[in-house]
Design a protein around this ligand. Sequence first.
Ligand code: F6R
Length: 610
Amino acid sequence: MCGIIGYVGHQQALPILIEGLKKLEYRGYDSSGVGIICLDEPKIMIRKCEGKICNLQELLKTHGLPESTIGISHTRWATHGVPSRVNAHPHSDCSGKILVVHNGIIENYQELKSVLVKKGHKFLSQTDTEVIAHLIEEHSEKDFLTAVQKTIRQLRGAFALGVIHSDHPETLIAARIGSPLIIGLGKNENFIASDVPAILDRTAKVIYLKDGELALLRKNLVQVYTFAGKSVRPKIDQVSFTVGSVHKEGFAHFMLKEIHEQPNVLTQMFSSRIKGFQIHLEGLQLTDAELKGFDQMMIVACGTAYHAGLVGKYIIEKLAGISVAVDVSSEFRYRSPIITPKTLILAISQSGETADTLAAVKEAKAKGAKIISICNVLGSSLARESDGVLYTHAGPEIGVASTKAYTAQLAMLYLLALKLSRVRKKISRKTSQELIKDLKEIPSLYQRILKHTQSISRIGHDNAHFGCFLFLGRNLNFPSALEGALKLKEISYIPAEGYAAGEMKHGPIALIDEYRAVVCIAVQSDTYEKMISNIEEIRSRRGKIIAIATEGDDSIKERVHEVIYIPSTNPLLTPLLVALPLQLIAYSIATKRGCDVDQPRNLAKSVTVE
Ligand code: F6R
């Protein structure tokens, strides 16, 4: 969602701010803006506009800004007020001295605004953000830091903020609660940003600001405080991923690059987590005795991560014999889940900043549950809320549609299921070792699938005209069908539904005719015959069938229009393999239709509002 970048230092701020914004484009946005302090006068100056950052760059060509070494900028994903120039950030106060950029939602902005309006403040936008600038103005008889601190204590909701003030042209103030914000430390310069990629080619030294912390930045100083005003000694981290990982490196899109990174992500995960036939889950922070003690697990996640959680349910129940409930995070907290001391909560999130998942975790924590998480982003809010974290280390995922993060989540769930099953002695050592051997083969099977990228894309292109898709799978590939449908709809905007194939005759079969395409996951498994019966049912209603089948299954060719083969593996591991052709189908259909696959409309990479 909204992206923030701020700079104070010795260089020209504007190019740094614009470049940084471009690196945050993947988060999803509808307008952008930049504000600096013109140091000669000094006064604040703003440029903002609707649409892509290139519009802002065009505007800056005709309406340039003077040189300045301090500024803040923003990409906005509309919550309060339509996407427009007026609603774009930064926002200012009545005096025109204060500038604010904000990510998140100020829940009590209406009541604050009414009070401010009564006091004579004039508002220009429909945003919740603007109240922040006016509140700081209200407290301006205090010094800048105190005024911001006083303001923050009046705000309810989740937010990350960047603030500058023309009376204090050497100071940038940042604060966060709920929404992500990092500080980048340079030489004679410092940065704030919503995410590391925005500043990675400037510095790899970062402070992950914690919830309830505020920072004062000058070019050669960073001071961190709690909202209550207590000084804090921040932890400085060195980012381990490289600048290369936030560039396309010759691929047409980040999504395609990230699809092709999957063999590597899993190879690295397995080499660090599997030693001999032992699974090492450093970070989990649970003893074997504790792992034995749980009698139920609840998985909370959203979107693609939720689909990973559904696969997790099948494999954990099968391998470890623990009953697992899976909830979309936004529903979990409203359904009165029954949590006992023997319940283990597992939250899954690529970003670790998804507001719904964080809220679900807080709810479960309040009920006394132990929380573990599978997360990709180091130091994220979810990681901090959890008792134990299993990092997937998939590297930054820039494409909005999750690909490598999904298969990394799945791989981690297999490792967790295997660990639980060994500790609880649910499967024999031999079975466990065979499965581990098969798991370690997956990266090379990925390479084999990716060699067929072109032929899979041809199938996608040939079928890109269909106006509706159904994705069907059974058992642990039912979640794969849900994920295939989500991938397609989010980047191509084609209505797509995922269904358990057995459920088809209870409704969705009504959709099927020669104008619908049906992707059937028909890989070798216990339910293969049943899937074939479903394929026959679709065939007799003239639906166009694209099957994903196992190499060697020649007979399926006669029943369907197109077949994409995956290599043979242990049936339990097929969701890992099936994911790749599903991603490539979605990608090729969306690109054929000319869609912006890396930044689909209306979507945000990190959904930081509930
Ligand atoms: C779909 C997608 C989203 C995310 C969801 C959760 O491709 O990326 O559905 O999976 O917004 O995000 P995280 O995993 O960051 O919690």
